[in-house]
Design a protein around this ligand. Structure first.
Ligand code: DLL
Length: 442
């Protein structure tokens, strides 16, 4: 453990720390951010009304639209002079949502990432290959400063330029790698194309996140590279990567860094808390951030939490994998489906590449969906490059049957030739909405 004083702190002590920090944060936003002061006034509350952790429910929620409405710096709680870094996330509507950090925020983030890398199996003596994108996106620089804080040697390769990534992995011999699971999987595919065996690299652990991924993808990454793969979660509005991380000992839920972030899980319809263990929307309140404190941020991410102590000894609340986003959820014939559930089905089918896309289409007056999959190079040769081959027909049936069992719905499956589905250097795009494009599907 990097910092047992916090990571395995007794719950009652932790809650005492949280309430004190929450009060300070609430006062700070009330005094320094007009947006929050107005919201509190509308609800008739003042910082003095917050005296217990339950009282957090009196506070207003914050949403992504609030960041957009206050673009670029309207939610900052310190003067420009104190801000040392600006990040953002791209989102769908042009302008990024902007967040800022003081030097203390950067130091705190570094400490949290150092904890996270240790939880994943990293050490000070490691060479650390960081394939998250550097730039406004928090992934690259977030992991970078934390790895340095730990004392590891960071290779700031960023995303893309896959040939170069492979050369540096072979030459520098890193123990750890970080990147989106889909992009690191692409690195493996490229290695195989080049006649290299990803299992032969020096890599021992991988830190994967920034997009939903499944247990099946974990197995695939672990087997492909012969590593331990852990899930890291975070979002720029709350800080960036490191809000939560799995430990490599248990790989059983992500430890939320509770001394800095308070978590709630709510029903996205009623906005009421859901019982522990039940899926709902994650809501975070920052407890120590200075430049960009955030109150009850609705993430749109669906997961559950548990307070049971983990086998690794950390006492922090743990969140499940993120199942998906409320806005990535597909509703097909009344059934809710997340892309990660479909990923689980696909990775069990032999002969498919670990890359797929779901296309949403309009079929007549009905909304429909098509699942685009890709055959792998070996199978493509075996079936003499014929996508109408009997083997493909059997695979289609297998996928549809498994989907029906797992996701309770099925959709048309479209087979593509190897490498036909676009690869991403960062977050994979799993759902493509073509409903207003005139596309009607096959
Ligand atoms: O993706 C921060 C990050 C960087 C996390 C590197 C992990 C590793 P944003 O660009 O603001 O920040 O996107 C945040 O990405 O609300 C989730 O929907 C999704 N996300 C992040 N981590 C995970 C994960 C970064 N482990 C949004 N599993 C979040 C599933 C994830 N989804």
């Amino acid at each position: 453990m990097y910092n047992p004083a916090f990571e395995s702190m007794e719950r009652s002590k932790k809650e005492e720390l949280q309430i004190n920090r929450l009060k300070t944060t609430v006062e700070k936003v009330y005094n320094n951010v007009e947006f929050y002061r107005n919201k509190f006034n509308e609800l008739g509350i003042t910082p003095q009304d917050i005296n217990s952790l339950e009282d957090i429910q009196k506070l207003p929620f914050t949403k992504k639209q609030d960041l957009r409405d206050n673009y670029p710096f309207g939610l900052f709680a310190v003067s420009q002079e104190e801000v040392v870094r600006i990040h953002g996330s791209s989102g769908t509507s042009g302008k990024p949502t902007v967040v800022g950090y003081t030097q203390n925020d950067i130091d705190m983030w570094g400490e949290i990432i150092a904890r996270s890398i240790v939880a994943a199996g990293g050490r000070k003596s490691d060479i650390f290959h960081n394939a998250y994108g550097y730039g406004l996106f928090t992934g690259g620089l977030g992991l970078h400063f934390g790895a340095e804080k730990l004392g590891a040697a960071v290779v700031p390769i960023s995303g893309g330029n896959t040939d170069r990534q492979i050369t540096l992995i072979q030459d520098f011999k890193p123990r750890g790698i970080a990147g989106t699971p889909s992009y690191v999987m692409n690195i493996a595919e490229k290695m195989v194309d080049m006649g290299l065996d990803p299992r032969e690299t020096s890599l021992e652990y991988g830190i994967f996140g920034a997009e939903p991924w499944s247990e099946a993808m974990r197995e695939k990454l672990e087997q492909t590279f012969n590593i331990k793969a852990v899930d890291i979660y975070g979002l720029s509005e709350v800080m960036g990567p490191g809000v939560a991380i799995e430990c490599q000992e248990a790989q059983d839920g992500l430890h939320i860094q509770e001394d800095h972030f308070f978590v709630e899980v709510i029903d996205p319809e009623t906005l009421q808390p859901v019982p522990e263990g039940q899926d709902g929307e994650l809501v975070f309140t920052s407890l120590t951030k200075e430049a960009f404190p955030i109150i009850r941020y609705r993430t749109g991410d669906i997961a559950s939490i548990t307070r049971e102590t983990c086998a690794c000894g950390r006492t922090t609340v743990r969140m499940s994998r993120v199942k998906g986003r409320t806005d990535d959820m597909i509703i097909l014939r009344g059934v809710n489906v997340f892309p990660s559930e479909i990923e689980r089905v696909l990775l069990e089918v032999k002969g498919l590449a670990p890359n797929y896309q779901i296309h949403l289409l309009r079929k007549g007056t009905m909304d429909g969906a098509e699942l685009h999959v890709e055959v792998d190079g070996q199978l493509y040769e075996e079936i003499a490059q014929d996508l109408n081959h009997e083997t493909i027909m059997k695979m289609r049936k297998q996928i549809q049957h498994a989907m029906k069992n797992t996701c309770l719905v099925t959709m048309d499956v479209v087979f593509n030739v190897p490498k036909a589905i676009p690869r991403s250097e960062g977050k994979a795009i799993r759902v493509v909405d073509l409903r207003n494009s005139g596309a009607v599907g096959v």
